[in-house]
Design a protein around this ligand. Sequence first.
Ligand SMILES: [Zn+2]
Ligand SMILES: [Zn+2]
Length: 301
Amino acid sequence: MIAASARRPIPHHRRMQFHPVEVRRRCTDLGGVARTAELAAIGIDEHSLKMAVLGGEIIRIREGVYGAADAPHDVIAAVAHGGRLGCLSRIRAAGLWVLDRNDVRVHVSMPRTGNARRHVDCRCVTHWTGGPAVGGFAPLVESLAQVLQCFGIEDFFVALESAMSKRLLNHRSLHELGGRLPRMHRWLVGFARWDAGSGLESVLRLRLRALGISLVSQVEIPGAGRVDFVLAGLIVLEVDGIVGHADLASSRHKDLVRDAVASTYGLEALRFDYAMVVHDWPLVEAAILAALDRSRRRRSR
Ligand SMILES: [Zn+2]
Ligand SMILES: [Zn+2]
């Protein structure tokens, strides 16, 4: 009955009293944050709202906007600021891969004609590129475009491939995303793949592209098992610390066997860890280029 009546506002005389816990549940069902009008539309009267606030089940974030008491802090902050959770904060909340950034700010997607509000403990970054502030979370496409603007192409690309791998985007939303990006960056959407296995893979593919080097991930080499990456068909690249690598003696042994077998195929094996790839790229790049050079010389002899 409630689902059917949710389509149009319920008249005042038909609104009911709800237990405070039930009010919080309904608020959570609406995404953790709800406007008075949305709550009224499912029959919750003002008295029930007051009682739920007094009972600590919901909080009044600002005039006419309530949040479930257990909604994430950054969502509450974004709504108190006058918008919705956007940019990298939204990407994190969706459980997508992000580069290791020490960023504790709340990124807020604001309606273009909205007003930023003062609130307690405001550490917000305001993006004036959002749609109407309904609910607590900005749409993913809106947030991805903000990540590009705020953090640059690598953070954007990692988040994009992560969203694609989890099928949180489709061809239509990718098209919409392309339309939101500056023309010079639209190629990133076409270059992104649906099958990236980790954020590290996304970073590697993007950085190697700049060097004109192709990357294939999760390659099966007979006798060696599956290796993380093969570059330009010549170099096996293994990265310690990515999913599936355990720091055990047996794992170390398997790594050594893999390197030896790769060598018998004429493939040079390189091994780095996550921190080297992400934070010490010049060294990693120099090692890759030198290994490629050696491999190509050997083959041309
Ligand atoms: Zn704020
Ligand atoms: Zn941002």
